[in-house]
Design a protein around this ligand. Structure first.
Ligand SMILES: Nc1nc2c(ncn2[C@@H]2O[C@H](COP(=O)(O)OP(=O)(O)OP(=O)(O)O)[C@@H](O)[C@H]2O)c(=O)[nH]1
Ligand SMILES: [Mg+2]
Length: 158
């Protein structure tokens, strides 16, 4: 009998970086310009090839993320290219996660607004090398690279 693959994936990052939007793009292939903030963490389910992803949209108000991270196959650490401080938060999260066994992926979102970028690929590369995890520039708005993030988690190759 084949054991079903149910993989928990946590999406974590600073406020308004587009966590919910990225998940919605992946799960429903939709985008909303106006969103409500995520007050409580929420899960979304999505079938991808032979894997069922349980995607956790982790609220920035979560006081204790330890139980949420428990058992996670992967963690998507997100930032917003147009806000430098969200890059700094990504570093803090990566440091916090050091030693956690989950697959880590760095995502700089809102690449459709790249003319407003406050950090760029070179810095993502630095982060990627330091923490030995790949990075993607995504746009939840256009859909650019969104599926590739989950494809990497599923297949282990960029
Ligand atoms: N231009 C652009 N806007 C985006 C993108 N992703 C999200 N947004 C917008 O950014 C805002 C915040 O998006 P959310 O998905 O709510 O961000 P979040 O990280 O879930 O926010 P919180 O739950 O409040 O922490 C919304 O106005 C989105 O429409 C993107 O790729 N491009
Ligand atoms: Mg949200």
């Amino acid at each position: 009998m084949k054991v079903p693959k149910i993989w928990k994936v946590c999406v974590i990052g600073d406020k308004s970086v587009g966590k919910t939007s990225l998940i919605r793009r992946f799960v429903y292939d939709t985008f909303e310009p106006e969103t409500e903030e995520t007050l409580e963490s929420k899960t979304f389910k999505k079938r991808y090839n032979d894997i069922t992803f349980m995607v956790w949209d982790v609220s920035v108000y979560e006081r204790n993320i330890k139980p949420i991270l428990s058992g996670a196959k992967a963690v998507i650490i997100m930032s917003d290219l147009t806000r430098r401080e969200t890059y700094e938060t990504m570093i803090k999260i990566a440091e916090y996660l050091n030693g956690h066994r989950a697959i880590k992926v760095f995502v700089a979102n809102k690449n459709d607004l790249k003319y407003m970028a406050e950090f760029w690929k070179d810095e993502m590369e630095k982060l990627s090398e330091e923490f030995d995890a790949p990075y993607f520039l995504t746009s939840a708005k256009t859909g650019e690279n969104v599926e590739r993030v989950f494809g990497y988690i599923a297949e282990g190759t960029v």
